[in-house]
Write a protein that binds this ligand. Structure first.
Ligand code: PEP
Ligand code: MG
Length: 879
């Protein structure tokens, strides 16, 4: 096989392995043809042609048009029909098909090749002039919109106005004469909009249609979708040119969409919709509300039987749930597409697990079928079942999960308001152009469209709760009102959606954390058998620790102790300590804090039942314990001006001068972490006492010895760790001696400054373990403030693609990842087998976990709710 890329392939030349060049749709069509499944004949313009065109200012590669005409000639010969022919005309569909499916994001042109002559012969041939004229008006509408850029409402308005004048509701109620009139009107409004006629030469139309599909790769909505789904921008789309089959050829014709399993629940049951006498886009775009697939058995029994057989065949062949588009033309079934079906997280897990049980997939294959993000979705909340509540109305349960948010009526507003508050996007129906709003919204509610409408498919794929086709709602976009029965909601009013049941509520309901089900447990259990990385949790309280254990954490990788100082009942003592005039005063203040800390540690050790717990000693800057400088200045001023209580004033002044003394311009780079402990060794000493006493108390009470690891934060110099280790070890020894007990305590450090990574070999001399603090390592390694970056230039960098993603969410592999690599290598060079972990937010991010696994770290630590995702992602990275 030669490696030269071809621009064009006949359908019979391809197969499923050629998805990069033929796109998903083209490759699967070719595969179906190979399997002997009825597919309309055609050819595919390859992704290479699109890429070449994009790379050449929209200019087609030299040979492409000739290739197209030749492929067309072959297709004409095979079908015995002619494009634009006065007898036996060939009509074409021109459909996009990228490598990764992007449902509804790119363009399609149907019924191409119909014109003033062919419409007559098509009508005569099928003895159904109505169908021919209906196809004609559809073509004008689509071509005008997609290829020529006429605003679609221009045609929709004419269609609506004609239906109104005729007093009919459905498109199907229009007569042949009505449709003829509509064709004339459509030509006229197109001429008015464009200042010229639409082209009537079908070859010119074909060229325009292929070109429009190329261009649709680069529309804003397609870009947004790719970005949201991490699809590269340079893949291009293929274009599938196929003989039309007509689902609108009368009462024995139909079109539909079906899934081989239920994409909401994963249940092995029939799932799909169809419409008699309609074309595909009617179902997909949600223009008419379709009928349930099971009803097709009665209406079109033979085609139905064949469809069911084909569904089974395709699922078995691809070993995955399929999403299928079909058309029945005068009783004969054709498949127009099959692809791996987008599904909810719950469905993904159920299907994966069922297919392992059915012997279709191995466990490893099943794990590969589930995305880490899908597990994440399952950990989303549902409506509190114990709450009394009455829905205002009910629509279709299009995508499960509950959403509470302020009503907004358009995608732009959703995208904007959704940045700062939860919003629910309410639309008559959604179109692919709404994608940027759907991404940001907590949920989507539509008045129109079925379970396979665009809104439903997209929402399910993204894990957004969605209630679709809620017929009981009225939306007035001009006035921004949503009316449900007697209630009227304006923009900003809060509603709740239940995408699992389809219920809509007129108030904010309480949500409860999700219940992780058996499928979830099984899949994550398989992940545990495979993964190499350990998974711990970041937890600061006994409650969090218990949750972490429940979700499978193998220890605590980071117990931040600052909240133990910040709680309201402790702050006065902590201030006393900081502001103490002498060592004695400081010791006194610390004595008050110790028992409170001890109690906290007892809770955590008790919950962890002997599993390792890494306690990090105090980290935050001093000013966080003191009043704000500006506020304190204002207080002094106010007391001064009002001539208030003299004592109060003098006290406020003293505090102000102390605040000033401790004030730092850059507290994040100031007296934090071990720097504080170097100045006040009493603090790490007190904390160590509390830790040891807590461990001993739990041992005495519960018989379980805690595995304690004490971690020193913000170390830059080996000497810092040496000094701190000394303090900790001495204190441990003192406490154990006083208690007459024995216990092993490990001492390690965080690596969260670039200097620490670079001199990790020196630091390792004094460390039993390292834990990479990738939050601070990102802040100091890239030089972006953790606290100020969100929303500012960093958002612009991400949207302008200066950088691929927010480095605080997913690790900057080359830069910060490089520092981790250096730290790990140098640390282990000095101390082979040094235990290495990660406890920054990245410890719960699948892409980062993949890197940490590759770097050979021992464990990641993340927030309790991300533990299952981390367990799963750790398995995925070794698959
Ligand atoms: C870190 O810096 O990555 C870390 C875990 O510590 P903190 O977030 O508490 O600064
Ligand atoms: Mg840190």
């Amino acid at each position: 096989e030669s490696t030269t890329v071809r621009y064009l392939y006949d359908m019979s030349e391809g197969d499923a392995s050629m998805r990069t060049i033929l796109g998903g749709k083209g490759a699967n069509l070719a595969e179906m043809k190979r399997l002997g499944i009825p597919v309309p004949d055609g050819f595919t313009v390859s992704t290479a042609a699109c890429v070449a065109t994009m790379g050449n200012q929209g200019e087609w590669p030299a040979s492409l048009w000739d290739d197209t005409l030749e492929a067309l000639a072959r297709l004409e010969e095979r079908t015995g029909r002619t494009l634009g022919g006065a007898t036996r005309p060939l009509l074409l569909s021109v459909r996009s098909g990228a490598v990764h499916s992007m449902p509804g994001m790119m363009d399609t042109i149907l019924n191409l090749g119909i014109g003033d002559e062919t419409v007559e012969s098509l009508g005569a041939e099928s003895e159904n002039p109505r169908f021919a004229w209906d196809s004609y008006r559809r073509f004008l509408q689509m071509y005008g919109d997609v290829v020529e850029g006429v605003p679609p409402h221009v045609y929709e308005d004419e269609l609506t106005s004609l239906k109104k004048r005729r007093g009919v509701e459905q498109d199907t109620d229009l007569t042949t004469d009505d449709l003829k009139e509509l064709v004339a009107t459509f030509k006229e409004v197109s001429r008015r909009e464009l200042g010229r006629d639409l082209p009537s030469d079908p070859r010119e139309q074909l060229r325009g249609a292929i070109d429009a599909v190329f261009k649709s790769w680069d529309t804003p909505r397609a870009r947004v979708y790719r970005k949201a789904n991490a699809i590269p921008d340079d893949l291009g789309t293929a274009v599938n040119v196929m003989q039309m089959v007509f689902g609108n050829r009368g009462e024995t014709s139909a079109t539909g969409v079906c899934f081989t399993r239920n994409p909401s629940t994963g249940g092995k049951e029939l799932y799909g919709e169809f419409l008699v006498n309609a074309q595909g886009e009617d179902v997909v775009a949600g223009i008419r509300t379709p009928r349930e697939l099971s009803e097709m058995e009665e209406v079109l029994p033979q085609a139905y039987g064949e469809l069911i057989r084909t569904m089974h065949e395709l699922e078995a062949h691809y070993k995955d749930m399929q999403d299928i588009e079909f058309t029945v033309e005068e009783g004969t079934l054709y498949l127009l597409q099959t692809r791996s079906g987008k599904r909810t997280a719950a469905a993904a897990l159920k299907v994966a697990r069922d297919m392992v049980e059915e012997g279709v997939l191995t466990r490893e294959e099943a794990l590969r079928r589930v995305e880490p993000a899908q597990l994440d979705q399952l950990l989303h909340p549902a409506i509190d079942p114990d709450h009394d509540r009455t829905p205002l109305t009910r629509g279709l349960p299009a995508s499960p999960g509950a959403a509470v948010g302020a009503v907004v009526f358009d995608a732009d507003t959703a995208a904007e308001r959704g940045q700062t508050e939860p919003v629910v996007l309410v639309r008559y129906e959604t179109t692919p152009d709404d994608i940027h709003g759907v991404i940001v919204a907590k949920g989507v509610l539509t008045a129109h469209g079925g379970m396979t409408s665009h809104a439903a498919v997209v929402a399910r794929g993204m894990g957004r709760p969605c209630v679709a086709g809620a017929q009981g709602i009225r939306i007035n976009t001009a006035e921004k009102t949503l009316t449900i029965g007697a209630r009227v909601f304006g923009e900003g009013d809060v509603i709740t959606l239940d995408g699992t049941t389809g219920d809509v509520y007129g108030e904010a309901l309480e949500l409860v954390p999700p219940q992780v089900n058996e499928d979830f447990g099984a899949i994550v259990g398989w992940a545990d058998e495979i993964r190499r990385l350990g998974v711990r949790a970041n937890a600061d309280t006994g409650e969090d620790a218990a949750k972490a254990r429940e979700l499978g954490a193998e220890g605590i990788g980071l117990c931040r102790t600052e909240h133990m100082f910040m709680a309201a009942d402790r702050l006065p003592a902590v201030r006393e300590m900081i502001l103490a005039g002498s060592d004695e005063e400081r010791a006194e203040a610390l004595e008050k804090i110790l028992p409170m800390q001890q109690e906290d540690f007892e809770g955590i050790f008790s919950a962890m039942k002997g599993l390792p717990v890494t306690v990090r000693l105090l980290d935050p800057p001093l000013h966080e314990f003191l009043p704000d400088l500006v506020e304190q200045s204002l207080l002094v001023q106010r007391l001064d001006l009002t001539g208030g209580d003299a004592d109060e004033l003098s006290e406020a002044r003293t505090l102000l001068s102390q605040v000033k003394r401790l004030h730092e311009q850059n507290p994040m780079l100031g007296t934090r972490g071990c720097r504080l402990a170097m100045l006040y060794p009493e603090i790490p000493e007190m904390q160590t006492r509390a830790i040891v006493r807590a461990a001993l108390a739990v041992k005495e009470r519960e018989g379980e010895t805690a595995t304690v690891e004490i971690m020193i934060p913000l170390v830059a110099y080996a000497r810092e760790l040496q000094v701190q280790r000394q303090i900790v070890e001495q204190t441990v020894a003192d406490e154990l001696e006083a208690a007459g007990e024995q216990m092993e305590v490990h001492v390690g450090t965080m690596i969260e400054l670039p200097r620490a990574a670079i001199v990790a070999d020196q630091i390792a001399e004094h460390a039993d373990f390292f834990s990479f603090g990738t939050n601070d390592l990102t802040q100091t390694g890239i030089g972006i403030s953790r606290d100020d970056a969100e929303g500012g230039f960093l958002s612009a960098y991400v949207s302008d693609e200066v950088i691929p993603h927010n480095p605080f969410e997913s690790i900057d592999k080359d830069g910060v990842g490089g520092l981790v690599q250096i730290g790990a290598e140098r640390g282990r060079s000095a101390k082979p087998g040094l235990k290495l972990g990660v406890c920054g937010e990245h410890g719960g991010d699948p892409a980062s976990i993949e890197l940490f696994d590759a770097l050979g770290l021992d464990y990641v630590s993340c927030s309790p709710f991300r533990v299952p995702i981390a367990r799963f992602a750790a398995a995925r990275s070794v698959l």
